[in-house]
Ligand binder design. Structure first.
Ligand SMILES: Cc1cc2nc3c(=O)[nH]c(=O)nc-3n(C[C@H](O)[C@H](O)[C@H](O)COP(=O)(O)OP(=O)(O)OC[C@H]3O[C@@H](n4cnc5c(N)ncnc54)[C@H](O)[C@@H]3O)c2cc1C
Length: 435
């Protein structure tokens, strides 16, 4: 009997798994039945740049979406640091080595998260002629019960009120996964989510060349551990903004990060305004655009560290299992690799799901461990508390960029981007995806 699999979350990991399950070499008549559930009413078109590095590029090829992704990049040419008057005082170009090695902060596959999720979702529906992935949008689970004798999972859908039974439930529902909290419990949540005391807001806005918007990412940091950046989105002829603050005292920053709906977003915007209205540089413009935008996304920055990613017939994938944070630059590559690895293990051990899940964990663990190692002290050092600290950091960055030592730091301590080869795996190569 084919496995009947529910994937919770339709962002990066979820639809990637739906595709890889269709391409993996399952025995004849055992190709799984796949349902994907997403809380939002459509694939969410929010978020800033995500990088795809190293082995991630090989995985794009396996999905037949390399061309679609490479023609959808934001076109970022590099990073510039600016003064409050907008004057550039340091600059680094992009690495242009997406397939071959380690990077500086801009890699050559920088794509907006929402665009990447759209490509993956559409791909999963066109990957095989008889593609039959069932998608459910605008609902979520409020109950998960495991039957240890039958080895099944019965779930309850909060909105439709339906109950359905699956052989395997995959939680691909991100950093604040409710699949994880329902199955592992709230005490475990507090242990496995490691906040980095950083909070981030992302949104897009009209491109304004008169305000200096260009093909470069411009970064401005100021006292109070606040960082603002404006980045290009050449696809949509817009600009995107990322604002971050590090703070371990104000509990409101974490409180507003949980929950959904218009009131939550309004509270998030209000708090971000409180923190950034007086930050200098383009703060007035950014605050104005933030209020107007409808693609605002706010999140705490955290890592998820768990001893095991599966509990009987529920398994976690992507950020839900092992969020490395946007600081790692590896979240999307890990989500793709995890989807590939899980599909591969399920195909190899289609009659022994326990072994498949253990195999997935053993394969993924070293990649996750590497990606979660951030440059020690990087966060606090790069986001100073005082004006004197800002001067010191600026002077140091200036020296590191001028002397090219910055690139060495990224070489030794940056994200691991070695393009490790993928094994001979018998996966079907799909036709190239065209939109
Ligand atoms: C809106 C958004 C914006 C982001 N912006 C950035 C960014 O700017 N830069 C960056 O580096 N990373 C960003 N990320 C995180 C990035 O997408 C992930 O690090 C990475 O790509 C791994 O993806 P994932 O699929 O595991 O998790 P995620 O991308 O977090 O996706 C989780 C998905 O599950 C859905 N979901 C959540 N709860 C439920 C539920 N209970 N039931 C059903 N569905 C649920 C969410 O709506 C989402 O579609 C963002 C994530 C989201 C959701």
């Amino acid at each position: 009997m084919p496995l009947n699999i529910l994937i919770v979350g339709c962002s990066i990991a979820g639809p990637a798994l739906a595709s890889f399950l269709q391409l993996a070499p399952f025995p004849h008549n055992e190709r799984p039945e796949i349902t994907v559930l997403e809380r939002a009413t459509s694939v969410r078109n929010q978020g800033q740049n995500v990088d795809i590095r190293g082995v991630g590029v090989a995985l794009l090829q396996k999905l037949g979406i390399e061309h679609a992704v490479k023609t959808s990049t934001t076109g970022e040419a590099g990073v510039q640091w600016v003064t409050s008057a907008g004057k550039v005082w340091a600059e680094l170009g992009s690495a242009n080595d997406g397939e071959t090695g380690r990077h500086n902060p801009t890699s050559d596959i920088e794509i907006l998260r929402g665009r990447m999720a759209q490509i993956l979702w559409r791909r999963s529906q066109t990957i095989t002629d008889d593609s039959a992935v069932e998608y459910i949008f605008g609902d979520h689970l409020d109950g998960i019960e495991q039957d240890h004798t039958a080895n099944t999972v019965t779930v309850h859908f909060a909105k439709s009120g339906k109950k359905r039974t699956f052989d395997l439930v995959v939680g691909a529902d991100g950093l604040q996964s409710t699949t994880r909290s329902m199955v592992w419990g709230s005490k475990h949540e507090a242990e496995c989510v490691h906040p980095l005391n950083m909070y981030a807001a992302f949104f897009s806005m009209p491109r304004d060349e008169a305000a200096g918007d260009s093909e470069y990412r411009r970064c401005y940091h100021t006292h109070g551990r606040r960082l603002m950046s404006i980045r290009p989105d050449q696809q949509n002829n817009r600009s995107t903004s990322l604002l971050t603050v590090i703070n371990d005292k104000d509990a409101r920053l974490g409180d507003v990060a949980t929950g959904h709906g218009k009131a939550v977003v309004a509270a998030q915007k209000e708090l971000v305004q409180e923190y950034f209205a007086d930050a200098g540089w383009q703060a007035p413009r950014l605050m104005r655009e933030m209020v107007a935008t409808d693609d605002f996304y706010y999140s705490m920055v955290a890592q998820v560290k768990m001893a095991s990613w599966h509990r009987r017939r529920v398994v976690l994938l992507g950020d839900a299992a092992h969020c490395a944070s946007h600081l790692s630059g590896m979240g999307t590559t890990l989500a793709l690799l995890g989807a590939y690895s899980l599909a591969s293990a399920l195909a190899k051990h289609s009659k022994d799901v326990d072994t498949a899940l253990s195999t997935y964990e053993v394969e993924m663990r070293p990649h996750v461990d590497k990606a979660q190692k951030l440059m020690p002290g990087m966060l606090r050092v790069l986001s100073p508390e005082t004006a004197w600290g800002v001067w010191l950091v600026d002077t140091t960055i200036r020296f590191l960029v001028w002397s090219r030592v910055f690139l060495l730091l990224f070489y030794f301590k940056g994200p691991d981007t070695e393009p490790d080869g993928l094994p001979e795996d018998g996966f079907t190569l799909p036709p190239v995806y065209k939109e």
